[in-house]
Design a protein around this ligand. Sequence first.
Ligand code: RIB
Ligand code: CA
Length: 336
Amino acid sequence: MNAPKKVIIDCDPGIDDALALMLALSSPELEILGITVVCGNVPAHMGAENALKVLKMMGRMDIPVFIGEQSPLVRTYVDAMDTHGDDGLGESHYPQVTEIRPSEGAVQFLARTLRDAAEAPDEKKISIIALGPMTNIASLIRQYPDSLAGLDELVSMGGSYKSHGNCSPVAEYNYWCDPHAAKEVYEAFSTLTGKQIHMVGLDVTREIVLTPNLLEYMQCLNPERGEFIRRITRFYFDFHWKQEGIIGCVINDPLAVAYFIDRTMCSGFSAHTEVETEGICLGQTVVDDHDFWKREKNSVILTKTDSMRFMKFFFTRVIGACEEQVLEGLMGRVMR
Ligand code: RIB
Ligand code: CA
């Protein structure tokens, strides 16, 4: 196996962020240098507390957590606690972690970590998996533009190409919450030679649905982690039934982690993408899929994925299921 890839996970935990962190922490391909938290699903301080709860549950309180931006660049901050609960983890109300505490200065942590890698060979540079609004990343670029020399890749859960939005007919929450940040990050990548944002948008994440059967199966195979997942997702199940009329919950963020590790998890195409920052389409990702504007292809837009493949990936790593158990369970339970 190649040396683990150095990553920083920027997130807004958040229920699906928590599942994404569990997947990342269960993946030997990653060396997680730190977790930076941004205002999004919940205020940044609460998100940092939730990141610590996941690290404690996973036995990884060696990984530092940093609190980042507490409001979007321009817009008034709008959280998503209606979806993630008043504690941001589905009102599971796990106790606050006291053994370790988060630090301030997420943007400064990002800057110094990337700067230290500026002269490193590509495989030693730092990648960012962004699972929330892009406010921390935009602030990094504004305050420390040279730090991007140490960046290997940026994978962002956000946006939507052809799928409908989840905050408006056209806008996905991460880019709707802070459209100015998303705009600035995509613009910055238009001038970074050879770098693209890998956009894991609603077109692919909507395929990843955690169903009651799968949740029950997780609890059978791994009672401790299954119980944690059950407790943090029950609120999410209720929300999805009311909001989207589905039995289960779309778990967006873990797909971004899975794709970062295994690029065949999703497929798509390169294009120039811009983000709308005003009017009724605020937060929309406008993907120039026919190259009208002849602009740099600053993004890889992912449009296809394989949900069964993802579930196998998640079950074997997070739940510790063997391949046979996964296939039997997925086929058996999904078919039942
Ligand atoms: O639109 C879904 C995204 O917004 C996910 O990352 C979810 O956690 C929220 O941040
Ligand atoms: Ca998120």
